[in-house]
Structure formats: structure tokens, C-alpha cells
Ligand binder design. Structure first.
Ligand SMILES: Nc1nc(=O)c2c([nH]1)NC[C@@H]1CN(c3ccc(C(=O)N[C@@H](CCC(=O)O)C(=O)O)cc3)C=[N+]21
Length: 291
């Protein structure tokens, strides 16, 4: 038996159609969802990711604005740009593409974004809301992963989830979201002794370390669900995940491919958050009219 492939690309297509319909309805109420992406510098991977965000926005009907600044931009200037969009009513989502140049403090930038427009779900206030299971902007990659697991009709409650990687944008939050779905969650990272002894216990294995071919057949339990978050560009130009796909395919029950897996769902959940923000703002408008 070979594993079934959970196609993020197909699921993303479906979700984008639903979002396009919602955008149509919002437009009838006079609200055009708007996303502003801010890029500092010319990191080649960032430019490629932003193109994906722009394409998805256009498909869905979200107004997309790119603000592109030189590498030399000062932190204060960037904070001022964010401040401007915090007050701009046509903007419902602000995303500052990471990584930022070393002279700009990521924390200060993230905290400057209004939590009401934080469509990345990176603001500490939204992270706190997520921790306590409140309805808020969820970080896009983790939220996309949960959608992918559910789309394959995989039960999460009671399962042992092992997360490899503990970044603030993927590893940590995906564990929290799956805990909120009643999984038993274990985190592994670079200081975990005997990694494969832990990963072999996973019913659902989520890998977000950013190293090509890091997880092999030896790490995977028979019939596990394997979610590969890695996007590693090889010297040949080929994109590959953190998991040796051919190994996982022989052992797992389900596996997400790279490309065409978690990446397209990340972008779709971003659009989902922009539409959610626009809907919230339409509701606030309605309430203020009624007052
Ligand atoms: N503020 C911020 N928010 C982010 O969400 C954010 C970020 N910064 N910095 C970089 C990471 C990375 N990321 C990806 C999104 C889509 C794909 C994606 O669609 N990948 C395609 C392939 C794309 C290609 O060929 O280059 C796929 O896997 O099929 C990958 C990676 C979002 N990020």
C-alpha cells in the first residue's frame, strides 16, 4: 500500500472558489477586501512567495497592494508605513514579509501592526487569543495544516501528534492548534536526544525544520499521517520538503507533497484571514450605522 497524497493545491483551489463567492457578497455591501504586503529588500524567495500571494488575491478578488522598499530602509520609516495602513479603511490586512534585514527589529514591526489587521496572526495579542482557543486570525501555515488534515477525514482528537521544529510561525502554533483539536502533542527540536524514537510514536507527524531530507523512513510509524512543511530549494533549482517523500510514501497512510502541499494552503489561509477581516469591518460599519 502506498500513502494517499493530501493535495494542498486542490484543496486550495476549492477554498479559493468559496472565498471568491464571499468576496462577491462583500462587494455587494460596498466592501472590497484589501491586502497590503510590505517587502523590504530583494530576498529572491520572498519575491517568489509574494507573487503567489498576489496571484491568489487576484483569483479571489482581494485588492492587492505591494509596498516595496530598499534594503536600506530604516525601522522608523517602516513603522510609519504600518501606521499609515493601520488607519487606512481600504486596507483590511497588513503583511510584512519575513525575514527582515538585520537592522530592523522583527518584534517591534509585528507589534506595530494593528491586531485587527494582523492577517499573519503573528501579533502577541492574536497569539494569546489562539492559545485560549478564541476566534481570531490564526497563523496561516498552521491553520492550513489543520484544514488539510480535516479534508482527508482524519480524526485528530486523541491522536499523538509529534511536531518537529519549534519556530514561532509554524512549529509552536501548529502544536497549539492541534492541542485545541484534542490531540496529545509532543514537540521535538535540535536538542531532542534520539529524535526517531519520538517521531516513531507519531500518529500525525508534522515536520517544520527547513532541512531537505531530514526525516527518512526510519522516523516514521506504519500508517502515520506525515505533514511536510519544508520548502527547500536545491542547487538544481528543484523544490523539496524536509521528508524523504519516497520513503514516507511506502510507510505512511497519508502524506503532503512539496510542492503542491502546505505552501498553497498557507497562501489560501492568508486570503481567508483578509476576507475575515473585511467581514469584521463590514459588521462594524453596519453597527455604527445602526447607532
Ligand atoms: N510575513 C510572512 N508571512 C508568511 O506567510 C511568510 C513569510 N512572511 N515569509 C516566508 C514564509 C514562506 N511562505 C510560503 C508561502 C507559500 C509557499 C508556496 O506556495 N510554495 C509552493 C511553491 C512555490 C515556489 O515554487 O516557489 C508550493 O509549496 O507548492 C511557500 C512558502 C510564507 N511565508
Amino acid at each position: 500500500m502506498t500513502a494517499s497524497i493530501i493535495s494542498g493545491k486542490e484543496l486550495a483551489q476549492e477554498k479559493r472558489k468559496q472565498l471568491a463567492q464571499e468576496v462577491k457578497e462583500l462587494k455587494q455591501q460596498g466592501v472590497v477586501p484589501g491586502l497590503v504586503v510590505i517587502l523590504v529588500g530583494d530576498h529572491p524567495a520572498s519575491i517568489s512567495y509574494i507573487k503567489g500571494k498576489q496571484k491568489a488575491s487576484e483569483e479571489i478578488g482581494v485588492a492587492f497592494t505591494l509596498e516595496h522598499f530598499p534594503e536600506s530602509m530604516e525601522e522608523k520609516e517602516l513603522l510609519d508605513v504600518i501606521e499609515k495602513y493601520n488607519h487606512d479603511e481600504s486596507c483590511h490586512g497588513i503583511l510584512v514579509q519575513l525575514p527582515l534585514p538585520d537592522h530592523i527589529q522583527e518584534k517591534a514591526v509585528i507589534e506595530k501592526i494593528s491586531p485587527l489587521k494582523d492577517v499573519d496572526g503573528f501579533h502577541p495579542l492574536n497569539i494569546g487569543q489562539m492559545m485560549i482557543g478564541e476566534d481570531t486570525f490564526l497563523p496561516c501555515t498552521p491553520a492550513g495544516i489543520v484544514e488539510m488534515i480535516k479534508s482527508a477525514n482524519i480524526e485528530i482528537a486523541g491522536k499523538h501528534v509529534v511536531v518537529v521544529g519549534r519556530s514561532n510561525i509554524v512549529g509552536k502554533p501548529v502544536g497549539i492548534l492541534l492541542l485545541n483539536e484534542h490531540a496529545t502533542v509532543t514537540y521535538c527540536h535540535s536538542r531532542t536526544p534520539d529524535l526517531k524514537e519520538v517521531t516513531k510514536q507519531a500518529d500525525i507527524l508534522v515536520v517544520a525544520v527547513g532541512r531537505a531530507n531530514f526525516i527518512t523512513g526510519e522516523h516514521i510509524k506504519e500508517n502515520a499521517v506525515v505533514i511536510d512543511v519544508g520548502v527547500n530549494r536545491l542547487e538544481t533549482g528543484k523544490l523539496c520538503g524536509d521528508v524523504v517523500f519516497e520513503d514516507a510514501k511506502q510507510i505512511a497512510s497519508h502524506i503532503t507533497p512539496v510542492p503542491g502541499g502546505v505552501g498553497p494552503m498557507t497562501i489560501t489561509m492568508l486570503a481567508h484571514n483578509v476576507v475575515k477581516s473585511a467581514r469584521n469591518s463590514a459588521e462594524r460599519l453596519q453597527v455604527s450605522k445602526e447607532l
